[in-house]
Design a binder for this molecule. Structure first.
Ligand code: ADP
Ligand code: MG
Length: 686
């Protein structure tokens, strides 16, 4: 049945298959462009316009795109050349000049040209030869001068989108003036109404109107986005979390047992987190801190807080190695008689797993450390108060959303070392409260970073030898070869062999790569930490969080194959102890972008500065991409360029959701409908 449930009442939420010409196949193709409803289609805005500005040849510069209006001064001539190439030419008289017009590979043009007919041609003007290479032929005057250009797909052509939009604009004309942005806000910032935005985005009368419409469209997009975040935040708060009434004296006693003094920044964020936990509202807090800033101990304190309130805690890490390391570190921090820490990962043997699950639900385990193997239906806690997610940017949105469903609605603390530039944080983490550790533990020496060409490789190895002689350890990272994991590992093996010859037998060289069994990986890491070997050759599995304070040299081969944030993460593996640390980037970059990255790395060790650099080098799209942070990409607005607008949208959205019954306002029916839909999608995250 066409159109699903037939409805008497039209709504912008009608499925697009109500439009003529949309059958199941085309509907699927539109869905692939994220167009499901009429509203989606109407908000599928052109990315740009071709300005078909009409000019005289004398006013037109060489190479300019222009529309000439005139009279055909000859019959068309069609010529074939090469294989399958066709050129149609005719003369066009514009005012008093005659222009030679040619269209390539559009033979049908020939049938449309009649001598003495009035017509307009849009194309590229070659002034010297008075020729116009035609791109578009217009036979009547009413065709709009600004042509909307849509992001099309293989299955759906420009013309189809244009036609469907045209249909929707007419069929739903009466509904277009329901609003997204409430009136006071529109008036405050001189924004257009939603209907005007839609009409002017698709069919602007001129450039000025198009720009004005785009400004409002960006705001609408940001406002919808921020409304979503604020609603999520509100739902999170209403979810009665529980007040975690930690024991202050126990906390103090525990802090006194730590092997070091907390930095001021650590103390501050611990207070922020504990204050949040004590509140009855649900906590959703992000802890941001550069690599090596000491986030683990902060999370340990938060987890300990939950334990003193007779609750359990869990910490989830993106890789097995990291989970194992956390289990070890936490095991060392705590007195085993007081706090029982267990590790649960994909490779936990089934008998051990069964025992852990049993003890967990009985409340005999205080802290469960693990990978995403933790989010399984049979993992049941007795009384979970706090869930920590380490290196949260490594988890997908879905995993994060799923974690919310971990039993008992625990408070959530996420941690990341990927410093999102401040200009993006509002967008990336808008629904969370943020704590920042902006200080490294005292006594750390600045890591020295050097970029060397391949030709300087041997010298670097000599240098490493002298450091090894002083008792230091070194990492050597080989790049991920995208095309093949096998090549990737072979490469690491080759480097391992080479370095064994160079450094052996005085020094031992280990090898770590992704194909090893988890137990082997753990053993290798433990051996390296125990200084059983002094050099560790590794593929990027080493990347996150690994902590070996005695390692003070990081050698990264073919460094231009890595992204900036990855290089920064890798560099963060050294500089964790008392030794002066070094990072060597060996590469002969072939692009300017590669050179820029190497230079950025040598210029600063500040993750925030690098993140900003990265942003400038790559553009926001990449950083905000779904994969990295779970933030949708924006269609019209640019959250970096339009940061101020995003900030305003956030402030206004906060105010809106705080207004009682804001969603009963009939004026903003479209907003409410859009949000209803996304909120139910959010709730049903699978
Ligand atoms: P990250 O924030 O990158 O996860 P870690 O938590 O792994 O950093 O801490 C890095 C290293 O710094 C660890 O060896 C940890 O024991 C140590 N450390 C953490 N806090 C302090 C501190 N206040 N003083 C000295 N060393 C600290
Ligand atoms: Mg860490």
């Amino acid at each position: 049945m066409k159109g699903g449930v037939p409805s008497m009442v039209q709504s912008l939420m009608d499925s697009i298959d109500v439009l003529t010409g949309v059958g199941p196949k085309r509907e699927q193709a539109l869905n692939n462009l994220d167009i499901y409803t009429i509203e989606d289609l109407l908000m599928y805005y052109p990315t740009r316009y071709e300005d078909l500005a009409v000019k005289k040849p004398s006013e037109t510069a060489d190479g300019e795109k222009v529309t000439f209006k005139g009279v055909a001064a000859s019959e068309p001539v069609m010529r074939r050349f090469g294989r399958k190439k066709v050129m149609v030419t005719f003369r066009l008289t514009v005012e008093h000049e005659t222009i030679q017009v040619s269209f390539f590979n559009q033979p049908w043009i020939a049938q449309k040209i009649v001598s003495n007919a009035e017509l307009a041609v849009y194309g590229n003007y070659d002034k010297k030869r008075q020729r116009l290479t035609g791109m578009k032929l217009m036979l009547n005057d009413d065709e709009a001068e600004m042509q909307a250009i849509y992001p099309a797909s293989k299955e759906i052509k420009q013309a189809t989108i244009k036609e469907l939009v045209f249909q929707a604009l007419h069929k739903y004309a009466d509904l277009l003036d329901a609003q997204i942005v409430p009136k006071q806000i529109r008036e405050r910032y001189q924004l257009m109404g939603h209907g005007d935005v839609i009409r002017n985005m698709h069919q602007p009368s001129d450039d000025f109107t198009a720009q004005a419409a785009r400004r409002t469209a960006s705001f609408e997009e940001f406002y919808i986005f921020q409304m979503r975040l604020q609603l999520i935040k509100q739902m999170d708060r209403q979810n009665q979390g529980r007040a975690i009434k930690f024991d202050n004296d126990d906390m103090k006693r525990f802090i006194a047992t730590l092997p070091f003094e907390l930095t001021d920044a650590q103390k501050r964020v611990v207070n922020e987190i504990l204050r949040d936990m004590r509140r009855p509202q649900h906590m959703n807090r992000l802890l941001q801190g550069d690599v090596g800033s000491g986030k683990t101990v902060v999370s340990a304190l938060a987890m300990y807080g939950a334990i003193t309130a007779n609750m359990q805690a869990t910490i989830m890490a993106p890789t097995e190695i990291l989970a194992q390391q956390h289990a070890r570190t936490l095991g060392n921090f705590f007195n085993p008689d007081e706090v029982r820490v267990e590790l649960l990962t994909g490779s936990t043997k089934s008998a051990a797993r069964r025992q852990i699950l049993e003890d967990l639900v009985a409340g005999d385990i205080d802290i469960l450390v693990g990978t995403h193997a933790l989010i399984q239906p049979d993992v049941q806690f007795h009384n979970l108060g706090l869930a920590v997610i380490d290196e949260q940017h490594r988890f997908g949105v879905k995993q994060r959303a799923k974690l919310r469903e971990i039993g008992m609605n625990p408070d959530i603390l996420t941690m990341t070392a990927t410093p999102i530039p401040r200009t993006l944080a509002i967008t990336a983490y808008g629904e969370m409260d943020v704590s920042i550790i902006d200080q490294l533990p005292a006594g750390r020496k600045q890591i020295k970073t050097e970029w060397v060409r391949q030709s300087g490789y041997e010298k670097v190895l000599d240098f490493i030898k002298t450091e090894l002689a002083k008792g230091a350890q070194a990492y050597v990272v080989t790049p991920l070869i995208e095309e093949s994991e096998t090549l990737d590992i072979q490469n690491a093996q080759a480097v391992h062999q080479e370095l064994t010859e160079i450094f052996g037998p005085t020094y031992q060289v280990g090898l770590l790569h992704g194909r090893l069994a988890n137990q082997e990986k753990e053993q290798i890491m433990a051996d390296f930490k125990a200084n059983a070997f002094q050099v560790l050759v590794s593929t990027t599995v080493i990347e996150v969080g690994v902590d070996v304070p005695n390692a003070s040299v990081m050698l990264i081969l073919d460094a231009d194959r890595f992204g900036l944030s990855q290089l920064h993460q890798l560099r963060g593996r050294v500089g964790r102890g008392e030794r002066q640390s070094y990072t060597f980037l060996v590469s002969d970059p072939k692009t300017q972008y590669g050179i820029d990255r190497m230079e950025a790395m040598t210029e600063t060790t500040d993750g925030f500065v690098l993140a900003q650099k990265d942003l400038e080098l790559r553009g926001a799209g990449d950083i905000l991409g779904q994969r990295q942070s779970g933030v949708p990409e924006f269609k019209v607005g640019d959250p970096v360029r339009d940061l101020k607008m995003m900030t305003i949208a956030q402030e206004e959205a906060i105010e809106t959701v705080d207004t009682p019954e804001w969603d009963q306002n009939p004026e903003i029916a479209t907003l409410v409908e859009l949000l209803d839909e996304t909120m139910s999608r959010y709730r049903n995250f699978d």
